[in-house]
Ligand binder design. Sequence first.
Ligand SMILES: [Zn+2]
Length: 71
Amino acid sequence: MSETRVCPKCDGQMERGGLRGDKMSLWGHRKESTIFGVNVVDIGSPFYMVDAYRCEKCGYLELYAVNEHRK
Ligand SMILES: [Zn+2]
């Protein structure tokens, strides 16, 4: 599966990759709540795996979160 993507900014070629790091590689729903009068932002399930496409020319990143992540 090697689809070629074209950068929307500069028409350069984009390479498929991903984001690394515990919290960076999943997309989750944002939940805001108030606990003891303090606003708390939490990221909750369902989570999605993040695909990242990077332009080789200008470095533009395009992110996709299509596949649901199950443990
Ligand atoms: Zn570009």
